[in-house]
Each structure stands twice: as structure tokens, then as C-alpha cells.
Write a protein that binds this ligand. Structure first.
Ligand SMILES: *Cc1c(COP(=O)(O)O)cnc(C)c1O
Length: 436
């Protein structure tokens, strides 16, 4: 399969180049040339397949020609080595729990898949030119990428995070691994980290000696495997015999975009709901037809604090840039922090379920959609629980009158010693990247 740039000013490339470049030379996002629907029998018999078989069938067409089938099967089995349970919390409402991986947020699957693909490409090259993955993080991405790439040969990872702006758990997840992972602690905010990364990609003095790629959801290999989640949910919810509605807590819109790809593959979905916090450029766009990016505002669901969602352009492409067609399948609502906390409390009081702030925004979006369409008992609603509540402990403990148990994955890192390199400005960052 070939991938083209959504800016249409760069040549088509195969998967290996799309992954190792991250972004096309014309700064466009890569997009698959074609999305072929899977046979109807795949969906009719999906209950008979295990997760690895489902994932393999779904992603095969995109990987064809770049990674042999038996290697792809191996990668998938390795990436998907944990559960993706659908937990019904009330009648016709279920949480799709995507936090059972090593860093307890849904980004583990994409990060692991990308790491293993890059590792495969690096190993087969005779020259073994090492690749450096640069990533700026506001929290969850850094940990998932660090864990996913740990000890992958031929790949170095450099993570930039804003000092004092990530949670304790998140900081430990990205600063305690060592080996091929380096954490740079930037004196600034997330936007400063992001800016430095972008500048490095354009800096010839750096790229002359280092092959750089990025590991955020603009990278095909981090974005596409997220479509597995929706198929796993479909498999589990099919027996309900109802049309499905997915509510996806969204920031850069990579996850929900992958869900729409699953729908394009033939998976029946009644509606997608993009649930966002006070960063509401997409719901405003669907209302007014004007796409007006804004600087991000800080909220308690901080992984969704995005003012200009990078993957929205891919969603537009999936609907052939037809706003009417897009609005027919995608609804979007915004909720503020007070509403989010209220929802966390309500869900706990009504059902005993502890949602994290992102999941709670997803729950709110689902409820608002079914209330507005008066179809609560006709559809089966799935909201994505994108992170374990323990990752957002200060907020969760403020509203939930119950102690949160610390899972093994977190206990493992919390007492380890943090190792980071402090960076004041771009010059220091550049000096670090050009020193070896
Ligand atoms: C990254 C993240 C999101 C947003 O996902 P996008 O694909 O960027 O829309 C939501 N919740 C959590 C917990 C995340 O880490």
C-alpha cells in the first residue's frame, strides 16, 4: 500500500518511509491511498476470531509490501498482550477500557506498534543507520512511547516534557527507564517543547547527522492501529443486537479518526460522538462551518487540551471533505471541568464505576447524544475509557469518596529514581542532539 500527503505536494511513499518520516516533506499528514472494506463474513463471524486475528485482518492491507505476514502476526501478538474489556456500567451503556497496558492509557497500543515496526525496519537494514524518535509530551504520550521503544535496537528516543507540568506518575513513567530512552526536562510549557521538536526537524545541522522521526499520532504507525479498539468493542457488543454509538474523548482526534476507519472497513456504527473539554474547535466547526483553531486552554482532562487537532484533516478526508456527510456521522459536544467532575461523581454514585476525567467527558457526550436523539433504549452506547483513574489521582480523589488502589504497573515505577537532563532553550537542545 502507498500513502500520499494530504498537502498533495510530496511523492507517494510506502509504509516504511511514511513511518520513518512521520510527516511528509510538504508538511502534510500521510493518508492511505485506498481503504478496502473487509468482507461481510468478517463481521458476521467476528465472535469466532481472537483479538490478534481481528487486528491482523484489519491492518493487513495497509502493511502489505512493507512487513511480511508472519512478522506482522508476531508484532500484533506482542503489541496486544493485554485485555480490552467492555464493561457495562448501566443499561445500554458500556465503558471500553483501554487502560490495561503498561502505562495505563490508550496510547500504549499505537506506541508499541510503531516501536516494533521501526525496530523491524532498523534490523533489516545493512547500514543500521540509527533513528532518533523525538517526542514532545504533555503527559501520557511520553510514557507510552518510552515504554514502547525501550530496548528497541537501532532506535533512540528523546522525550521533551515541561518541568513541573506533568503528574508525578507520568514523570516517573518517562524518566526512570534509562537504556535508549532520554528524558529532557524543559524549562517552559508544553508548547515550548513542541516548538523545539518542530524546529529540530527543520534544522539541517541536526538532520545532517541524525535521522529523525516523530511519535505522535500524526505518525501512521501510531494512529492506524487504534482502529483495533473499535473492532474489539464491536465483537463484545454485537450480542446486544443494537446499533452502536461510540463516544470518544478527543484531543488530537487520532483515536476517533481510527474508529471512522474501522467503520470504512465495513463495521456497522450508528454514530460517532467526539466528546471534548473546553477546547472546542470541532463542535464549533460542526455548528458554524468555520474551522477556527485557538491556543489550548488547560483543563482537568489535560490529554485533550488541544486547540488545533492535528488529525481532523484526516477525518475530513474520510468524508471526502464533505461537511454535510461528516456531520451526519459525527456529532461533537464540549463539556467544562465542573460538568466533568459532576459526571465523575454521578457515575460513581449511580453505578459504582470510577471514571477518569477523560472517560467522564466521553460518558457525558454519549448521554447528551442519546438524550437529544431520544434513542437511549434503541442503541448500545460505548464510551472509551482512555486512561486509568490513578493517572489523574488529585482530581479523582477530590470527587470520589473512596481510596483508589494503585495498580502494579504504577507501583513498579513510582519508587524508581528519576533521571532527566535539564534544558533551558533550543540551543541547549540542539547541542544535546549534535553531541554524538
Ligand atoms: C491522548 C489522550 C486522549 C486524546 O486522544 P486523541 O487521539 O488525541 O484524540 C484522550 N484521553 C487520554 C487519556 C489520552 O491520553
Amino acid at each position: 500500500m502507498q500513502f500520499y500527503s494530504l498537502n498533495h505536494k510530496a511523492p507517494k511513499v510506502g509504509l516504511e518511509e511514511a513511518i520513518t518520516r512521520g510527516i511528509a516533506p510538504d508538511k502534510g499528514l500521510y493518508f492511505p491511498e485506498e481503504i478496502k472494506a473487509l468482507p461481510k463474513s468478517f463481521f458476521d463471524k467476528i465472535e469466532e476470531l481472537d483479538n490478534n486475528e481481528i487486528a491482523f485482518e484489519a491492518i493487513k492491507q495497509f502493511v502489505e509490501g512493507a512487513i511480511p505476514e508472519d512478522k506482522l502476526k508476531e508484532i500484533i501478538a506482542d503489541v496486544l498482550s493485554f485485555e480490552f474489556p467492555l464493561e457495562e456500567i448501566e443499561e445500554n451503556v458500556a465503558a471500553l477500557e483501554l487502560f490495561h497496558g503498561p502505562t495505563m492509557a490508550f496510547k500504549d497500543v499505537g506506541a508499541r506498534f510503531m516501536a516494533r515496526c521501526l525496530g523491524y525496519f532498523a534490523a533489516k537494514k545493512e547500514t543500521r543507520e540509527p533513528v532518533t524518535v523525538l517526542v514532545a509530551t504533555s503527559g501520557d504520550t511520553g510514557g507510552a512511547v518510552a515504554r514502547g521503544f525501550l530496548n528497541v535496537e537501532g532506535v533512540d528516543v528523546v522525550i521533551l516534557y515541561p518541568t513541573g507540568k506533568v503528574s508525578d506518575v507520568q514523570e516517573k513513567q518517562l524518566t526512570t527507564l534509562g537504556a535508549n530512552i532520554t528524558a529532557l526536562e524543559v524549562d517552559g510549557v508544553f508548547d515550548d517543547c513542541q516548538r523545539m521538536v518542530k524546529k529540530a526537524f527543520l534544522d539541517d545541522e541536526i538532520t545532517a547527522n541524525r535521522k529523525l522521526t516523530s511519535a505522535n499520532s500524526i505518525n501512521i504507525a501510531r494512529w492506524l492501529p487504534q482502529l483495533f479498539y473499535f473492532l474489539f468493542a464491536y465483537k463484545q457488543a454485537k450480542k446486544q443486537g443494537k446499533e452502536l454509538v461510540f463516544s470518544v474523548p478527543s484531543g488530537n482526534f487520532g483515536n476517533i479518526c481510527a474508529g471512522i476507519v474501522a467503520h470504512k472497513l465495513g463495521m456497522p456504527v450508528k454514530q460517532f460522538v467526539a466528546s471534548v473539554n473546553s477546547n472546542k474547535v470541532v463542535p464549533e466547526y460542526l455548528k458554524t462551518g468555520v474551522y477556527d483553531p485557538k491556543p489550548s486552554v488547560a483543563t482537568i482532562s489535560n490529554a485533550m487540551d488541544v486547540g488545533d487537532p492535528s488529525n481532523f484533516i484526516r477525518i475530513q478526508q474520510l468524508f471526502d471533505n464533505d461537511l454535510k456527510a461528516l456531520s451526519a456521522k459525527l456529532t461533537s459536544y464540549s463539556f467544562n471541568d465542573a460538568e466533568t467532575k459532576e459526571a465523575m461523581k454521578d457515575i460513581f454514585e449511580k453505578t459504582g464505576y470510577i471514571a477518569d476525567p477523560h472517560g467522564a467527558v466521553g460518558y457525558l457526550g454519549l448521554k447528551k447524544y442519546t438524550a437529544e436523539n431520544n434513542n437511549e433504549s434503541d442503541v448500545y452506547g460505548v464510551f472509551l475509557e482512555t486512561a486509568h483513574p490513578v493517572k489523574f489521582l488529585p482530581v479523582v480523589e477530590e470527587v470520589i469518596p473512596q481510596k483508589i488502589e494503585i495498580p502494579e504497573q504504577i507501583k513498579e515505577v513510582i519508587d524508581k529514581e528519576k533521571v532527566s537532563i535539564k534544558i533551558k532553550d533550543y540551543e541547549e537542545f540542539k547541542a544535546f542532539l549534535t553531541q554524538k
